[in-house]
Design a protein around this ligand. Structure first.
Ligand SMILES: Nc1ncnc2c1ncn2[C@@H]1O[C@H](COP(=O)(O)OP(=O)(O)O)[C@@H](O)[C@H]1O
Ligand SMILES: [Mg+2]
Length: 235
């Protein structure tokens, strides 16, 4: 399990997160929703170690990793696909995937995991030799997720996997995320596309202005009127 306990964080003098507490339970999909600028990506950066909190604790599998450098976290089983995916556009889809297998656990299982990724996303097998920069948005998202899987994580962290995708592709990607959860993976994702994300997740957090304003099993959060209020409130 991954847990954030009263996290304060920001960028230099600018505080973005105020006492954020949340948890991602093993084997479930947890989603953080909220309007643009609410601090969702900052939470993920605290988890991956790119932003050092000024208060609170990050605990992963009962270990306090608050001060652990970012480059030591993937070996523990934390893998992320960042906002905008950040692929190497001039390298092929397959090379981008291979680059994800840089943890010891990933390296040892690279061929088997590659096969798993290609079964999950058959389209990528067809596009394996194509430069990532020439792939469609949906294919790039598949490579981004696949690359994170190549590290053999126990928790997969996704920042806005639906961003810029047509609705049909969003459903497809979300269905794959559910498939991963069925395989036992823990997923923590951030989405502006609140309604669609809440429908596939088990537990949700609604953020506004750097704070969690509501949380609960997703079936309790799928109240459209309340969501609308959360999204359009000025705080
Ligand atoms: N690198 C940065 N430097 C300074 N401020 C930032 C930086 N990244 C994000 N912010 C600010 O932090 C706030 C939250 O951003 P972010 O976590 O990206 O929100 P979200 O992912 O919910 O859209 C915003 O006000 C944003 O302008
Ligand atoms: Mg963001």
């Amino acid at each position: 399990m991954l847990q954030l306990d009263h996290i304060d964080a920001g960028y230099g003098p600018v505080q973005v997160l105020g006492s954020v507490s949340l948890a991602a339970q093993e084997g479930s999909i947890t989603v953080i929703v909220g309007p643009n600028g609410a601090g969702k990506s900052t939470i993920l950066k605290v988890i991956t170690g790119l932003v050092r909190p000024t208060g609170g604790h990050v605990v992963f599998q009962e270990r306090d990793i608050t001060a652990l450098p970012a480059h030591d976290r993937p070996a523990l089983g934390i893998a992320s696909c960042p906002e905008g995916r950040r692929l190497f556009p001039l390298l092929t889809a397959e090379t981008n995937l291979r680059l994800g297998a840089y943890t010891p656990r990933g390296r040892n299982a690279a061929d088997a995991t590659m096969e798993y990724v290609y079964r999950l996303f058959p389209r990528l097998r067809e596009r394996a030799g194509v430069k990532a920069g020439r792939l469609s948005g949906g294919e790039q998202q598949m490579v981004g997720i696949g690359r994170a899987l190549m590290a053999k994580p126990s928790i997969l962290i996704l920042d806005e996997p639906s961003l810029g995708l047509a609705p049909k592709l969003v459903s497809e990607i979300f269905a794959k995320i559910q498939e991963l959860r069925k395989g036992g993976l823990t997923v923590l994702m951030v989405e502006q596309n609140a309604y669609a994300a809440l429908r596939i997740a088990d537990f949700g957090y609604v953020m506004q202005n750097g704070q969690v304003v509501r949380s609960g099993p997703t079936k309790d959060l799928l109240d459209l009127e309340a969501l609308r209020r959360d999204y359009f409130a000025t705080g």
